[in-house]
Design a binder for this molecule. Sequence first.
Ligand code: C2E
Ligand code: MG
Ligand code: MG
Ligand code: MG
Length: 284
Amino acid sequence: QAKQRGRNGYQVFSSEDDGKSVSAQPIEHALYSAFQNDRLSIHYQPQISTLDGHVTGVEALVRWEDADGGWIPPDRFIHLAESTGFIVTLGDWLMRRACEDIEALRRRRHRDFSVAVNISQRQFWHADFVDSVKRALLRTGLPPQSLMLELPESLLVTELPAVSAKLEELHACGVKLAVDDFGTTNASPAYACRYPLDMIKIDRSFLATGERGHQVTVTSMVAVARELGVEVLAEGVETPEQLEFISARGCHRVQGFLYSPAVAAPVLEVAINQIEKVAAQVSV
Ligand code: C2E
Ligand code: MG
Ligand code: MG
Ligand code: MG
């Protein structure tokens, strides 16, 4: 059990993992050591209102810097952090850092601005989760309404009273709630009316503009959002054709490589200024 404790006493690997294959161990240790050695960081991707060209917020996306200065994408390690329980420690740190970075930016720019943080199931269910959100807000000064929690659709479709209770508790703190990758579980979108949601994020897999089925799906997602009175944002907009496609269906918030990939905190302001400058030129 002792070897399962990190240097500073964080419990990294839970006892549930005792029977796990040895081959998974090295990457678990590498991830933890990356965390300890400041090799995990957050990149931020701007979210744009296409109606006025303003950046309305950013999504915080974790990155792992490898020894050669490259970036290991979260898809390669988030599920691992979930299975070991390390996501709780990591998620707490990410939340705090994201609030801190964006509060600093809001103050410098005197502008309202939100940060969206991805929450994994294991993190959501941790007993300390709601308190950890409150702590991050309190310690950084970020107003609750400027924090958006992105929740996996798989969590929301489970229809457990405990999900409702926790969402209500978060909603009561004033933070915003979004469904991430909306439509990917193939569940009826009716689940969304049970919760105090503020936004649905259309998964980028629905932006293949040529497909008739996707056109119908996007149209109905926008209708669902309107019916619920929540914002709708399209993820993964890469081309002017995709922008045209979703705009024509009434979705006016976007995020994607067409505008900007996720960028490191020190260059985020430059990226935002660039996006807004281009928008201003287009509208004259
Ligand atoms: P997601 O939350 O759906 O995030 C959107 C992903 O799409 C990001 O990938 C982003 O870089 C990518 N993306 C954005 N625009 C475009 C585009 O125009 N084209 C394409 N092809 N991709 C685009 P990323 O950063 O690799 O993250 C992958 C997933 O990992 C995220 O999906 C999220 O589920 C998870 N993740 C990332 N950061 C965190 C985190 O801090 N905590 C947790 N729990 N999960 C995270
Ligand atoms: Mg997300
Ligand atoms: Mg998403
Ligand atoms: Mg996605």
